[in-house]
Design a binder for this molecule. Structure first.
Ligand code: KG4
Ligand code: ZN
Length: 354
């Protein structure tokens, strides 16, 4: 049973064909990085415009690569939310039109549930599981009970972890998105060099906060004279959208590598501390880490080195960041249950999973 998935909640226009909930026949992601990088973040109006441009080719390519005709599909799945409403609308309107024209059922998928399925559909996850969804928009801990029933255990009170990576990178002149470049350069710095304090949470101690850490990096930056260094990196980015490690190392002194490494290791510690504590509390039999920040090599290494008493599953890098295969995968159980949406479906910017 093949499902066409469509995802357009943020800055990637994605389409994929997935068979029986786990076999990914195609997964096309059209990234808008080049559009947003010069602004240091996603510009919603530009995102909607880029989705409009990319959606038809992305769907066509996903069908062609999987050698699927519309009549071979059993359903069209689309992200309902959360996300940028103008971006969501593009994917949703196109999904509705396709469903109507080809007389296919429409399935609404929560983007966060998609991130969880990016792992759950590809690995032998045992339940209850603890899911840490960590991206540019979310830093959430969920209990995932048998049958995919969710309970929110903790979430960020301010910035998402990916957002903290992006803001620190922007401040220091590393462009957008910040996660991949900080990850690459952190490996060349000393994570013990700068001591950042961990967030102490009042109330729900499983909640996260990254604004204090972000401010601490800002203070570190302000205490130094870094204009020339930052200008050199901006100059590099102006001539090359994707500098190599060597290019970056040429314009990044040791002290900056150290602050990146220290920042990243603090974020990792915040994430793993709370994820492992909540996993313990619910008696988790697996730990799922998903979302764009799950690409982080330092996080992956620290998770393995923690020698946890339950298996920990990460998505492949391609399934970590936004994609439509995870949307089509999450839609499969809904297809089996006959849980369909109709043409009145609305994009929901703040849709909650639990
Ligand atoms: O899941 P995603 O593609 O979009 C959202 O739903 O937000 O996540 C994008 C986020 C960005 O903030 C990006 O900087 C971060 O994931 N990211 C990383 C890495 N790769 C992407 N953060 C840390 N390390 C990485 N290697
Ligand atoms: Zn996402």
């Amino acid at each position: 049973m093949k499902i066409l998935g469509i995802e357009s909640s943020c800055d990637e226009t994605a389409a994929a064909v997935v068979e029986d909930g786990s076999k990914i026949l195609s997964s096309v992601v059209s990234s808008q990085m080049a559009t947003h990088s010069k602004y240091g973040g996603v510009v919603p109006e530009l995102a909607s415009r880029e989705h409009l441009r990319a959606i038809v080719p992305a769907v066509r390519m996903a069908l062609a690569e999987s050698v699927t005709r519309a009549e071979d599909l059993r359903a069209i799945a689309v992200t309902e939310g959360p996300g940028l409403v103008g971006s969501l609308l593009v994917g949703m309107t196109y999904a509705k039109a396709l469903a109507m024209v080809h007389r296919l059922p429409l399935i609404a998928v929560n983007h966060i549930e998609g991130h969880i399925y990016a792992v759950a559909s590809q690995h032998p996850v045992e339940y209850p599981a603890l899911a840490l969804v960590v991206s540019g928009g979310h830093t959430h801990l969920y209990e995932v009970a048998e049958g995919f029933r969710y309970r929110l255990l903790g979430k960020t009170r301010d910035d998402a972890a990916g957002e903290a990576f992006d803001k620190v990178a922007k401040l220091l002149g590393f462009g957008y998105p910040g996660g991949p470049v900080v990850d690459m350069l952190a490996a060349h710095g000393d994570p013990e060099a700068v001591r950042f304090t961990l967030a102490k949470m009042k109330g729900n101690t499983l909640d996260f906060s990254f604004s204090g850490l972000k401010t601490a990096v800002l203070r570190w930056f302000e205490a130094r004279n870094m204009e020339d260094e930052v200008a050199a990196r901006r100059q590099l980015l102006a001539t090359n959208l994707t500098p190599s490690l060597e290019d970056w190392l040429r314009v990044t002194p040791k002290a900056t590598l150290d602050v990146l490494a220290s920042f990243q290791s603090t974020v990792i510690e915040e994430l793993l501390r709370r994820a492992t504590r909540s996993a313990e509390e619910i008696g988790a039999r697996s730990l799922i880490v998903s979302g764009g920040v799950a690409c982080n090599t330092g996080l992956r290494r620290a998770a393995v080195e923690a020698h946890l008493p339950y298996p920990i599953f990460f998505p492949t890098p391609a399934l970590s960041t936004d994609n439509a295969a995870m949307i089509a995968a999450a839609a499969f159980p809904k297809l089996v249950r006959g849980e369909f949406a109709d043409q009145t479906l609305k994009a929901q910017a703040n849709l909650a999973l639990a």
